[in-house]
Design a protein around this ligand. Sequence first.
Ligand code: GLC
Length: 464
Amino acid sequence: MKPKKRTTLLIPFILFLVVVFLFTNCRQEEEKTYEPTWESIESHPLPQWYDDAKFGIFIHWGVYSVPAYRTEWYAHRMHDTSSPVYDHHKETYGDTTEFEYHEFLPDFTAENWDPNQWAKLFKEAGARYVVLTAEHHDGFPLWDSQFTQYDAVNKGPERDLVGDLANAVRKQQMKFSGSYHALLNYYKWPDWPKDISGRIPGHEYGELDPDYLEYMRDKLYEMLELYKPALLWLDGDWVGTAEQYKSKQLVADYYNMANEWGKEVAVNDRLGKLRGKRGDFYTPERSKMDTLTKHKWETCTSIDPHSWGYSQATREEEYKTSNEIIDMLVDIVSKNGNLLLNVGPKADGTIPQLMKDRLRDVGEWLNTNGEAIYATTYWETFGEDDIRFTRKGDNTLYAIALTWPEEPMTIETFGDLSESEIVSVSLLGSDESIDWSVSSGGMTIQPPSEKPCEHAFAFKVSLE
Ligand code: GLC
């Protein structure tokens, strides 16, 4: 009897030890404290949600949406005598000494703004995250900042644009972030104590003022604490160095805050002359990686080819087409990137119809083809000709044809697959059965008689 009793006690005891071991280990993981060193920062894992998301919406909305002319850099260009914005300003509003940038504030009304409608639209577009310019280079916070009188709650909309959008976006189960472009500031609001920052109108791009840097950091930490953004999305990084911005401290602080919030977050690479070198993801702007890049990256680009903010000067035929956007998304995802696609709303809070149409087209395409995009990873190679590859697990490959194959389509790269390991080939959104064959020269697919959607066509190859 005796030995048997011992064993019965021993098993629960061992189980208890296992549980204690797992628990302390998990807690250690959770409570990892980041230090302001690159070594510590680079031990931060890329959150799975971000890699899986693939598609986000960027929004450039601010005081510049009032003049809405050619650029969200309006406050700067209106002082630049060589810019067409200077002439436009003079003709439309008068000399800059008579009409300064802050005089646009009363017309930044947001009077027709419904954050829930925005969030629904972005959801419909198939976006998994949303980034709003919490503060752009004009130094105007879209939240209630205790550091300035000139913010969206005290002036203009008189509303917490960041907070209200964060709530609406999160209600739709998307991630939210406010981007912070104040690493470069080029406008001095009337309540600023002195001429700080190196890039105020009429000033040459000079040294970054230490008082400015402190003021900028105060506002940034305030925004982080208030809204717990899922991404630290910075911009203006080319002005100063990571040392000047104290970026290592900032990133470590942000990771540690996120641990307290219980959130998995990621940081972009705009940390002070370090693009493409540090950060959880690189951010090629209005461009893409031309090959598979194993460090995570994100293209940011705008539907408007000239401006990030709304611009009345852009002609309808100049905007990116839905086909261009979808092909770009597919190409980016095949190379391990995400697409952060920008819209520029009007000052009253409405999104121009053309931009809404584009977003809905992307959403419709993703409804049929999202399986080949979300939560996929890159394959051995990103593609060939106008076909792009993605992969899900070990058993599914997607070959996404950017144009509809009128003729049998040969995928040379798939010549390495053996016929016996291929279980089936199908086309997303189509019920038709697909004829295919494999030889050393590639896989040849006979396209079905009908297109299942517009734009790009995802063939699914299931492997054993
Ligand atoms: C560029 C633009 C800036 C915009 C940013 C987005 O740096 O100058 O206005 O916010 O791109 O990535």
